[in-house]
Write a new protein. Structure first.
Lengths: 333, 333
DNA sequence: CTGTTAGCGCATTCAA
DNA sequence: TTGAATGCGCTAACAG
């Protein structure tokens, strides 16, 4: 079927070892003429080394696993992915991406990693699909990994944290300081449909509590633009219309701006709107979108953690990065 | 390091063969007590079979490769990915995604597939990053694959085609029929910066030619929302403002609607706008977006082609699917 | 400069 | 009902 090194060797009249040395380019002296025969034979047969055999033998795959919630192209994932691909490329690694989607597939994805598909993993799974003990179990195998998560108790790997609770609270306090009193929260499903507040919702409730504001308006809709538009439309056409919306994603916030404008409401006059993430698209809305998020979208430091581990001789101590988020005040609030 | 079947066997006081039989669940009689010992030992050691060794031996990986241009979450890719993941799951396959991004990485991705990372591949790469002969070479290895492409001369695999040229021409003719005379095209980079028109740009030029309209206004900007907004703003504030914009993606078309509204222009009064793709978001713009694209976003037939090949005993003849696209007239044109 | 040999970890055939 | 032996395709140590 697929040609093997053995067949290349026969065609070139050499041993498989020579084929291996020529094609993997290790520094063993090979006569120019022999090398040419091998390369010709390989080309003629369309030979590509079997990676399963190679990594079984070398005990390395030269691959990185990227684990994401979905292939949905959340802005953060896109940046993370491009930085990872670029840095992996430069170091001779390839990247395979695993999408989790739900709890069952999260288990499957972890098993694929446990099965040794990659030499290291970069993991960004939001919500609770990826059970904590699965992750801990994976880390315990010694697989170099860095996890983007605010969960506590992750040992044996690097962790990248995001100050989303504090930043969200800051955003809501900014709205309160502007005199807003009926502030609605539009969140992701995984935050809203949960027993106790976490993440951006927790920031929202915390800020309200601090200011003795007990008016909580919590809706879902931040997961996609259409839902956000509809949710915002509902909120803004209700008799008790909110005077501010804090959306858990910029994409949702932008939909909310459009919903307000379509209803003839002025932003921020009638309703102030703040998002999360600081995506570029916030600069082309009218008014421009206020948001909390990173000022620069750069994940090279995060990816760097992973390659540090891969290139280290001995296990590295667990490190932690806390990313820096800022409230960016623009026209919408 | 990572435990092997051998270690499990020693701990359970059985042979590696027994471990293999118990854990892979093949139908060889194993005493209940032995089975329990093996399972306990495996759990205790946290054993997961090495997939490289397993697929080397079984000559199957139980994996599918999904090859995409980017992890950018183009709507089509999202649908394709969810359908693939779901169907793969149901059949006991996992999915690994490879992102191409550029020409060099396209070669790398093909090499990964040639190296046997998966038993089959679903490939959707737009533009010319993935050279035709690379794809042909991959198909020649006998790897079951289905390719979404309008290129000709792809042999040894299933091909899924999209009537984008005809549909784009239809969209432009619809604009012409509505009396529009200065129709601008906003395209993807890979179409616009190329020696001769292809794809959606070709549909545009073809329609204009047919009607003797020689006014061609070709711009890029369809690749992202921000660029589209800026391009549309430029177009619409120029002294020779177009009376219609045909955008190569719905996302760009939606940005164009915003740009028009922000300039105080009426859609479709001052400028008609048509997109491509028929995404749901076109229903929440004001006016709603006219578009050409599939009426239903369903890729199960495409994914089905791949699994047909994987499950077939002998090589299947190459098949072809032509997807059905329709002009959906809504308020923006 | 090149070939022979011995596994990597697993699934599977053949004996027992 | 179980174990020993073989080899998937490759790399790397050792021998020549």
């Amino acid at each position: 079927m697929r040609p093997t090194a053995r067949q290349v060797a026969e065609l070139a009249n050499v041993s498989v070892a020579t084929v291996s040395y020529v094609l993997s380019g290790r520094d063993r002296p090979v006569a120019a003429e022999t090398r040419k025969r091998v390369l010709d034979a390989a080309r003629q047969l369309g030979y590509t080394p079997n990676q399963a055999a190679r990594s079984l033998r070398k005990r390395r795959t030269q691959r990185i696993g990227l684990v994401l919630s979905t292939l949905g192209g959340v802005p953060t994932d896109q940046r993370l992915a491009t930085d990872l691909h670029e840095m992996a490329d430069a170091r001779g690694y390839s990247v395979v991406t695993l999408a989790v989607y739900n709890e069952a597939r999260a288990k499957a994805a972890i098993d694929v990693l446990r099965g040794g598909i990659a030499d290291g993993a970069l993991i960004n799974v939001v919500g609770d699909h990826l059970a904590h003990d699965l992750l801990a179990g994976l880390a315990a195998t010694g697989l170099p990994m860095v996890v983007l998560s605010n969960d506590s108790g992750l040992e044996g790997c690097d962790v990248v944290r995001t100050p989303e609770v504090e930043a969200s609270a800051e955003a809501v306090e900014h709205l309160l300081a502007g005199g807003r009193r009926r502030i609605a929260f539009m969140g992701h499903r995984h935050e809203v449909y949960r027993d106790r507040p976490t993440g951006r919702l927790l920031g929202y409730t915390t800020a309200l509590e601090r200011h003795g504001a007990d008016q909580r308006i919590v809706t879902a809709g931040a997961d996609d633009r259409v839902a956000a538009y509809q949710t915002a439309t509902d909120l803004l056409s209700s008799p008790e219309r909110p005077d501010a919306i804090f959306a858990a994603s910029d994409r949702a916030a932008i939909s909310a701006i459009w919903a307000a404008r379509d209803l003839g409401l002025s932003v921020p006059g009638d309703v102030a709107i703040v998002g999360v993430g600081n995506i570029d698209e916030g600069l082309i809305t009218k008014p421009q979108l206020s948001t909390v998020g990173p000022l620069r979208h750069d994940y090279t430091d995060v990816v760097g953690l992973l390659f540090d581990r891969l290139q280290a001789e001995e296990p590295l101590p667990a490190r932690e990065i806390v990313r820096s988020w800022t409230l960016v005040r623009r026209g919408s609030s």
